[in-house]
Design a protein around this ligand. Structure first.
Ligand SMILES: [Zn+2]
Ligand SMILES: [Zn+2]
Length: 320
């Protein structure tokens, strides 16, 4: 089957997409099976603003709805969430989730099972000792009770598969702060690779490369934080630019690539990569709001290269 003919295995709902600067639109995604209510959240930078935007766009919520109406609409989305896959502890990936724990505690008091917060050990330790800790915030891992809390913090060993919300999930260490994970998520025979923040990295490409070559990789979400002119800032803060992302995709595809000096170089590499990444959607995530126009221009230069790059939009869903 061609990429267009096969049935979609995943539905990714973007609730927050930017890499900073606008606190109502920061990294947060829902992952579910197409047409079903999502049980998995990936990162929680901005949660409610994305749900409200989605429901307004769908005509299910008035644009002048009261806060109570907004919360009722959002609660229907949040209540079925069983797990948060947390790439790392930076607040632009966690702040909205923390703020809305007041809704989660309500579900817990009605008897909902604890929502699991899953990540690599260092990230879980950071959250345990800094976030759900007075006086910064309340300890929702012991509220309403230690036996039936709102959240359960759960570290997962690197590369150990486990079932989460109907998907098989593996955490793969990537290069950002210590304890940062990408999530390789499997549904049947299909895979989705979600990278949070990362600088140039390797292990995740070693893991995903064989899946790409066997035609099983449906999509990758990867950060395009900075324009290529800001490469030094990107490297210094363990982030990526468009040109650096192309270098990472070359590692995934097993292609030798030189440093890119110009747009023409970038287009050339994109054209070499396109046939090897056929059928793989690349979500360009985590663009810094301050740099959005520059990065968009760099992405526009790749149109026609054959790479399928989508900039996710807050509130929209994507099937693959
Ligand atoms: Zn970030
Ligand atoms: Zn970060």
């Amino acid at each position: 089957l061609s990429a267009e003919q096969r049935a979609p295995a995943f539905e990714l709902r973007a609730l927050g997409v930017l890499g900073g600067d606008i606190d109502t639109n920061l990294s947060c995604y829902l992952l579910g099976h197409p047409g079903q209510r999502a049980a998995v959240m990936i990162d929680g930078g901005s949660v409610l603003p994305g749900i409200i935007r989605w429901k307004e766009d769908a005509g299910e919520l008035a644009r002048d709805a009261s806060p109570s109406e907004q919360v009722r609409a959002a609660s229907k989305v949040i209540e079925p969430i069983e797990a948060l896959l947390l790439t790392h502890s930076h607040l632009d990936h966690l702040g909205g989730f923390i703020q809305k724990s007041t809704l989660d505690v309500g579900f817990a008091m009605q008897g909902k099972k604890p929502l699991e917060i899953l990540s690599l050990e260092q990230t879980i330790d950071t959250v345990r000792s800094n976030v759900f800790e007075s006086p910064l915030w309340a300890d929702f891992t012991a509220i309403p009770s230690k036996e039936q809390p709102t959240f359960r913090l759960q570290s997962i060993p690197a590369l150990a598969p486990r079932m989460v919300g109907g998907f098989q999930v593996q955490a793969v260490p990537i290069t950002h702060i210590a304890g940062t994970a990408a999530f390789l998520i499997q549904s049947g025979d299909a895979f989705y690779l979600h990278l949070g923040d990362t600088g140039p990295t390797q292990q995740v490409w070693d893991v995903a490369g064989p899946l790409l070559r066997r035609g099983k990789l449906r999509a990758i979400s990867i950060e395009f934080s900075y324009p290529s002119a800001d490469e030094q800032a990107a490297i210094a803060t363990s982030h990526l630019t468009r040109n650096l992302v192309l270098g990472e995709l070359a590692k995934l595809a097993g292609v030798e690539a030189q440093a890119l000096a110009s747009d023409a170089d970038a287009v050339g590499l994109a054209k070499r990569l396109a046939p090897l990444l056929e059928g793989v959607t690349i979500f360009a995530a985590h663009i810094k709001a301050q740099k959005y126009e520059q990065v968009s221009k760099e992405l526009a230069a790749l149109e026609g290269s054959g790479l399928k790059i989508i900039v996710p939009q807050q509130g929209k869903a994507y099937r693959f």
